[in-house]
Design a protein around this ligand. Structure first.
Ligand SMILES: [Zn+2]
Length: 228
């Protein structure tokens, strides 16, 4: 099945029929777009469904292309041109829309970027923890959680309240700051409400009324994205 995208190009969609209830669409890691539908679903119904998800497909494909381009890098929701410069110093400089990585051995630039990225992540995450922790646990509570930056494949964050530890995904730094703030607050609330029950939801909505928009923006900005 082929659909036309808004830039005039067309894309091939792989269709498979399965025992399932609803039509499901996904963009695979290699950029292929696959749709699975229950046995007996009419082709026209599948076409209609895929066509209605065109915007979603386009944003996923864009993100895959960004992730595959070694000369660009997404950081805090913006796209940067990325270059490696051989230098006596080691470090990363942000200038306008450019990220320059200085290193003595350009072959090791990934390590330099990773160290810098982790520092940036740790700083940003703890800024948001400092901002929200007193609101969630109370001014007088001094058991601020330990924040760990981890590369995770499926979660933006997790909270182990018994250990007072919050793990936040390394790749969150691809997202805009307001999306990161949402994830930090979400995990902090788990210190007092372990599940996503009504108490959790009303606390979140009362303190961050636009959390749904932030969450949707996060998924849009970071679907399928992995940095260099
Ligand atoms: Zn949660």
């Amino acid at each position: 099945m082929k659909i036309n995208l808004s830039d005039g190009s067309s894309i091939q969609i792989t269709v498979s029929k399965k025992t399932m209830k609803n039509i499901r669409l996904r963009v695979c890691r290699d950029g292929r777009v696959c749709v699975s539908a229950p046995y007996g679903t009419a082709e026209s119904r599948i076409y209609e469904f895929v066509n209605s998800k065109k915007g979603w497909i386009e944003s996923h494909i864009r993100n895959f292309q960004k992730a595959e381009n070694p000369n660009t890098m997404q950081f805090l929701g913006s796209e940067y041109a990325f270059e490696v410069v051989k230098d006596r110093r080691t470090g990363v400089a942000l200038n306008g829309n450019n990220i320059t990585v200085f290193c003595t051995d350009p072959g090791k630039h990934k390590e330099v970027v990773e160290t810098w990225w982790k520092q940036q992540a740790a700083e940003m995450f703890s800024t948001f923890v400092d901002k929200w922790y007193p609101l969630v646990c109370g001014e007088e509570d001094d058991r601020k959680p330990l924040v760990k930056v981890r590369k995770m494949q499926t979660l933006w964050g997790s909270c182990t309240s018994s250990e007072r530890t919050i793990r936040l995904n390394y790749y969150l730094m691809c997202a805009s700051a307001d999306c990161i703030e949402y994830v930090v607050l979400h995990e902090l609330i788990h210190l007092i409400h372990p599940n996503h029950g009504p108490e959790f939801r009303s606390f979140l909505a009362a303190n961050m009324p636009d959390w749904k928009e932030r969450k949707a923006k996060l998924e849009q900005e970071c679907s399928g994205l992995r940095m260099a």
